[in-house]
Design a protein. Structure first.
Length: 263
């Protein structure tokens, strides 16, 4: 695989020496509408949104080619389980037909060089984590339930258990639905904000909302982690997949990803 291959819409982030990381967009793949922003060429990386499996395999291979390493994905269930991946998974995901999933979980961690970790989203918050000194990386999928469950904390705990120091850990919080757009019932806002006050938001329409990216940034900051935030709203930005935007018109949509690997 070539680390120099281009892929449309990629947003790279710097997580330290020996680490490659980026967020994908809806562009650069082979999926047609509704798994593409403009009718075709969609980089849908999700297997649970009714897209053709062969097309998703091509899309995933393009993301892996851009990274320069195979990329493992989990079956995300809005929980706080962290899956540890190693040499066996690197070999399996480097195969001509890699597994569909590394298992059920909402965070992945590895100290294995040359194995990419991917987190799939279409409004939830993708989180990439790395300690370039301890040589360990992780990803986390933080939706409303994941923020409440503390999935970001569990991912950090897994890094620390493998030698990381939260003072050295660098995090990237990727595109997600923003507080101006994520309308929820007042009771739901109050429940989440009671646990993570920084999530409290009011939408641009003056209704109760949740700012999940702000909540994730606060959770990371509380552990002393340096954070880079990509401030793009998935609902507002037509170059990104958004489950909420698609649901308004009664269609499905694709999944973009955050990806990280050690080299």
């Amino acid at each position: 695989m070539s680390e120099t291959r281009t892929l449309a819409g990629v947003h790279p982030v710097d997580l330290g020496d020996g680490v490659r990381a980026f967020f994908t967009s809806s562009a650069g793949g082979v999926s047609p509408a509704p798994w593409a922003a403009d009718g075709g060429g969609g980089l849908n990386l999700g297997l649970n949104v009714s897209d053709d499996e062969d097309r998703v395999a091509v899309n995933r291979s393009r993301a892996a080619d851009r990274l320069g390493a195979p990329v493992a994905f989990a079956t995300q269930v809005h929980g706080d389980v962290v899956l540890e991946l190693g040499p066996a998974e690197r070999e399996a995901w480097a195969a001509d037909r890699p597994p569909a999933s590394a298992g059920e979980g909402d965070a992945l961690v590895t100290a294995e060089p040359g194995l990419g970790l991917g987190v799939l989203v279409a409004d939830c918050v993708p989180v990439l984590l790395a300690d370039p000194v301890a040589r360990v990386v992780a990803v986390a999928h933080a939706g409303r339930k994941g923020v409440l469950a503390g999935v970001v904390h569990r991912a950090l705990d897994s890094l620390v258990a493998r030698g990381a120091d939260t003072v050295r850990v660098r995090a990237a919080v990727g595109p997600a639905v923003c507080g101006r757009c994520y309308e929820v019932p007042a009771a739901m806002r109050d429940e989440v904000a009671a646990a993570v006050p920084e999530t409290f938001a009011t939408t641009s329409e003056g209704t109760p909302g949740l700012d999940l990216p702000a909540g994730v940034v606060a959770q990371l900051a509380s552990r002393g982690v340096a954070v880079t935030r990509v401030e793009r709203c998935t609902l507002e930005d037509k170059e990104l997949f958004s489950h909420r935007r698609a649901s308004v018109t009664g269609v499905t949509t694709g999944r973009q990803a955050g990806v990280v690997a050690l080299f």
